[in-house]
Design a protein around this ligand. Sequence first.
Ligand SMILES: [Zn+2]
Length: 385
Amino acid sequence: MTALLVDRIGLLVRNVDDDGLPDELPDAAVVVEDGRIAWLGPAAQAPDADERIDAEGRCVIPGFVDSHTHLVFAGDRSAEFEARMAGRPYTAGGIRTTVAATRAASDDALLARAAALVAEARRQGTTTIEIKSGYGLTVEDEARALRLASTLTPETTLLGAHVVPPEYADDPDGYVDLVTGPMLAACAPYAKWIDVFCDRGAFTLEQAERILVAGRDAGLGLRLHAAQLGPSPAVRMGVALGAASVDHCTHLEPEDIDALSGSDTVATLLPGAEFSTRSPYPDARRLLDAGVTVALATDCNPGSSFTTSMPFCIALAVREMGMTPREALRAATAGGAAALRRDDVGVLRVGARADLALIDAPSYVHLAYRPGVPLVAPLTASPGG
Ligand SMILES: [Zn+2]
């Protein structure tokens, strides 16, 4: 087994401080063996290793955990984006455009596109990524999307309930029967999670609850798109059902904050969606002050947030959502890990996965201070996200 020493780290950010070392360790080093962290501590005390990387005083962080993406799709919606920027509002209906293109695409084309987006995310420091289905909306097409996604990440999510497909426009409850019956049965072998888009133009609270309960009964973990387009009791429903994460949380009422703060459900904020739909940003400050665990994710999808850049989301969170640079970094790493109920990523401690990202700067503050600049790259990461 080969040991790799990452030496002369100017600042090591760990998201953990219960192991006798500080959360932020200056002048640090890390030893990696077999994809795991074997040792970390002050550089002056670093043990010998077979290989050595010199970080030259730069900042090392846990790789980003992007806990919310929709990467299996075909087609392009730049014209829709252009029209929206010219004043047309965002609705859930544009998803159907991508559904038509995705159904018509070959397996090879879908996988190549998704793999290219995963690689793009990785180049920007993302080492764990969740991928949802949701542009097939038939039993075969949803199972296909998840089968392809499962070759790229273990964090796969059935989002058959993204929108009601055109062929069920007159019978949305019939579509819910399909999702909770044959679609769930065909997709469960390839999915770890189930998700529902519960908002106007998508699924009602009652339909969303039926789908989540069926998914839970099939052994899947629960996630939920809620309160993106307006206030909704869906956030509280997600908490009550034990969802790992409720995502968007753009329009929260005081009762939603109370429910989240007393739970282990993560509030995942997706500021790329607000940016790309020119909508008001969620109030992260209010969530953090209430003690809610907050995650940041890209929501990468061709309609409402076509970015794979976690640093971009961090910059938005700091500039627009009241988060400090440290809070935004934590949300993009440990927060995402909590949203996926993972304790082996998003933190740097002995035994955790050695998913290290290097910032070409002395501090993580530069992630927001230098927006749009490609400063982050993966340093070491075990394969298979
Ligand atoms: Zn989404």
